[in-house]
Design a protein around this ligand. Sequence first.
Ligand code: G1P
Length: 296
Amino acid sequence: MAYHITKAVIPAAGLGTRFLPATKAMPKEMLPVVDKPAIQYVVEEAVSAGLNDVLMVTGRNKYALENHFDRVYELEATLENKGDHAKLEKVRASTNIADIHYFRQGDPRGLGHAVLQARMHVGHEPFAVLLGDDLIDERDPLLQKMIQEQQKRNASIVALMEVDPDQIHLYGAASIETTDDDDVVKVLGLVEKPSKESAPSNLAIIGRYVLKPEIFPILQHTAPGKGGEVQLTDALQEMAGATWTGGVYGVVFRGKRYDTGDKVDYLKAIVELASGRDDLGPELKPWLKQFAAGLD
Ligand code: G1P
């Protein structure tokens, strides 16, 4: 029986050490990408794919996330009194967006461990996992396509993207077999952050997954792997080889993705997104051209 997928799990317990000192007292998920915190883009993506039930797996120092998705009466009252409806809209946009639940991970023992914390909340249905460091252009229906494939194939689905072979050591890498759909591959195996030489391909997992609940018993016995952490990739590797799980397929993404977990990519994301916006682009682009012309 195909379940209607409604749940998204967003691991958000990472320490964000790459962005210190900005992330000393603020979660990295709250870093603004233009004028919205990164996490809001991710929740919006989940909601536009029909996932209205969001579980954030958080840790210490993450209160700002809960505050961001809650009401702020004083601010709303002030804006209401001023009649500033445009700003009021912006404040409320993140309040009524979805049913958001929070679970504290406690011991941060890796992505696989974070996903395992969602077990009770998710129950026996397939569900999506969205990693906050990856932003997918909102015009791209990647998650919708992954959900469709999950329903069609009754398998778990990962998002894959071709990366420069020099970059594959930063990702989970897949060995695959083609299917009759150009955008879908069968995943034969997965390895977390391989060296360039040992990588099975340059197809990298980007942070979107639609998983069957069979992942949970597997995660429960998955031993710590790369970096001493329980890796979701390792559990998926086991799934790919076990027929009782339905196997793993990959949806190959060819659209625009921004990695806000890396400082330079974060800056690029801001410039690209702002340039494309009607309210900022017209002023920003001529300045950018001038600025670029003056660079060595
Ligand atoms: C995680 C996963 C990795 C995946 C990546 C996508 O790694 O473990 O398999 O390719 O996300 O962004 P992280 O970037 O959290 O180290």
